[in-house]
Design a protein around this ligand. Sequence first.
Ligand SMILES: [Zn+2]
Length: 262
Amino acid sequence: MNNLPIKVEKEIAKVSEIAEYLWEREWAERNAGNISINLTQHFKGEKLSNPDKEIAFDFPKEAAGLVIFVTGTGCHLRHLRNRIEEVACIIAINDQANSYSIVWGGTKENFRPTSELISHVKIHLFNAENKPSHKTIVHTHPIELIVMSHHELFQDEEKFNYALWKMCPEIRVFVPKGVDCTAYALSGTEALADVTIEGLKNRDVVLWEKHGALATGENAEIAFDYLDVANKGAKLLLTAWNAGFEPVGLTDEELKELETFI
Ligand SMILES: [Zn+2]
């Protein structure tokens, strides 16, 4: 496919912009992180999958017909800034949900979609049912949130969120459902996909213990914003501890008052 719909081009341009932020934040070392977008709505009625180029893959049967933008395995996220067609692609899943074909991008030699493809597809299926406006998934390695996943607070999700929210008003308002503290699971496994979906049922951000974080949103920027604001809470907390004091924090009344902005 040579010409993408304008709306799809805009979504992809936003991915390039967000990849730049992730790189500058040092949240995307080497091949860390992956981004995907459910683009199915933009290709309704089009026959995209190419039987000559199909690659076998065992998707859930509900994934039949999905069209997904996704970054490549082993690809460096920083390359999404200037050579996105090489290191990311659009896949079309066939009607039997047992293979996909790459219909745009992925021009890098030996390109394959992220090894987290099954997680991304399962989360898109979950969102299609439960948060249909959330078309984009961003997974990255936010430094301060990862550090906090090594802290004992991580073992008590309520206390963990309270510790972040009390640091400044924006965190209470813009990450209103908070962070899910997800126990360690190996990358690329369906087990990680399943605990992530559990986390997304009640929270805005899923923090994978000793690994990284994931959020979904209407586009790449909105998904990034959840991660950025949550990480600000972790950074402020660590900065206070680093300076040798326990932060006073917003009071319960002040936090309650902020709920009117959620
Ligand atoms: Zn990761």
